[in-house]
Design a protein. Structure first.
Length: 203
């Protein structure tokens, strides 16, 4: 197979330049999407650990679930936990819901360039059509990308710890973890909200 025809017709570099998809921006987007995939993987296993499920040889009820369903399952487990462990789990779930809204806006959004910024628009209604799902967007400026990347990394580190054999949520709910996941909830909630103003830097 000749790749010359692909390069002549596709001209991927020109498209990336037109969208403002720079190497720095692409790296941030790749990290966010990659972290989200890893979060989903560990989330399922964390639910098994907390329920005491042995999945070998059976199809668990977590299989083939949307991530929103998995988060809801963890929320139900969080409701049974008191103290700092329950607080960690509840805050993590709130942050994860917002984080996956941002992830979906990127992964399922149509990219476009607004000024110098790459922006993703999910479920736009540019031709007056009706949509089942709400509009969502994400402006991929370097500041926003860095904040979301760090917030998603925080969610990944916590859920990976919770998914380990013999994981103890009370031990994982350290002061540093609680502070970080609280900040992640704030950051991700801001960027997931349609009231967010991309020209205003709160952080």
């Amino acid at each position: 197979m000749s790749q010359d025809a692909l390069r002549r017709f596709g001209r991927a570099d020109a498209l990336q330049s037109a969208l403002g998809l720079t190497p720095e921006t692409g790296l941030g987007i790749a990290a966010i999407v990659s972290f989200a995939g890893a979060i989903e993987y560990h989330l399922e296993r964390a639910i098994w650990r907390m329920r005491g499920v042995e999945p070998r040889g059976v199809r668990p009820d977590t299989d083939a679930r949307m991530v929103s369903d998995l988060i809801a399952m963890l929320e139900r487990e969080a409701a049974t936990r008191d103290g700092e462990a329950g607080r960690l789990l509840r805050t993590w779930c709130a942050a994860a819901r917002a984080g996956f809204t941002v992830r979906h806006n990127i992964a399922h959004g149509v990219p476009g360039r607004i000024g110098d910024t790459l922006a993703y628009m999910r479920n736009p209604r540019w031709e007056g059509e009706m949509r089942k799902r709400e509009f969502g967007d994400f402006w991929a400026n370097p500041h926003a990308l860095d904040l979301v990347r760090e917030a998603m990394a925080t969610l990944l580190r916590i859920i990976a710890a919770l998914s380990g054999d013999g994981a103890d949520p009370s031990a994982i709910a350290t002061a540093a973890a609680l502070r970080a996941v609280g900040d992640a909830r704030s950051v991700l909630g801001e960027f997931a909200s349609q009231n967010y103003n991309p020209s205003f830097e709160k952080y």
